[in-house]
Ligand binder design. Structure first.
Ligand code: SF4
Ligand code: SF4
Length: 183
């Protein structure tokens, strides 16, 4: 089969097929019980619950799934994946949707992508999240200098924001994961 034909076939993949190719997850495995959304710690901030994003994919509603803010609000905490009676790895599913949304350039808000990149930059550099660096990079990228500034002192005095990062020992292993993803 020529490369041209292969590219054409790839272009024709449905979103569900693309996700399955990336993650091995079959979207139809989810039977919409809603247990994932019931336990999701950030569900309260989402307009669309996580299980409904899966439903969008099942129904072929690509735009609704990829433009949903839910996929960017997902904190990747794995609560849903561990609660699911179908062993549906929803956290991985959300990651795949983010990756596809970036690839296709269909992101609902530019700031969300900037936040995502600032977060990943800190994880790559430190091996874990570093809130001060994340806030600094996000604000520099968006010029939203005063956004949420009022809660900064409280977070600082409660020890939620440290001025210096604590890097993990085996940062090289994290770096290798990032290098593999970039390839
Ligand atoms: S818990 Fe699992 S099966 Fe139930 S809605 Fe969520 S992903 Fe689907
Ligand atoms: S991984 Fe995402 S969708 Fe699942 S429970 Fe955590 S925040 Fe919610």
């Amino acid at each position: 089969m020529s490369a041209h034909v292969k590219v054409r076939e790839r272009e024709k993949l449905t979103l569900a097929e693309e996700i399955e190719e990336l993650t091995g997850i079959n979207s139809l495995k989810c039977y919409q019980c809603g247990k994932c959304s019931a336990g999701c710690p950030v569900r309260v901030f989402m307009k669309v619950p996580p299980n409904k994003v899966v439903r969008f994919v099942q129904l072929g509603l690509e735009d609704e799934a990829l433009r949903s803010e839910t996929i960017w609000m997902c904190a990747g905490c794995l609560t849903c994946s561990t609660r699911c009676p179908q062993n549906f790895d929803l956290a991985k599913f959300m990651d795949a949707l983010k990756e596809i949304a970036i690839k296709k350039g269909v992101i609902s808000k530019d700031d969300i992508l900037k936040f995502h990149k600032a977060f990943l930059k800190q994880v790559e550099a430190n091996g874990k999240a570093f809130e001060f660096g994340l806030i600094r990079d996000y604000k520099l990228a968006t010029f939203n200098i005063f956004q949420d500034l009022d809660i900064a002192p409280e977070m600082f005095f409660k020890g939620k924001i440290k001025l210096f990062s604590h890097r993990i020992k085996d940062r090289d292993k994290i770096k290798k994961i990032f290098d593999r993803c970039k390839e």
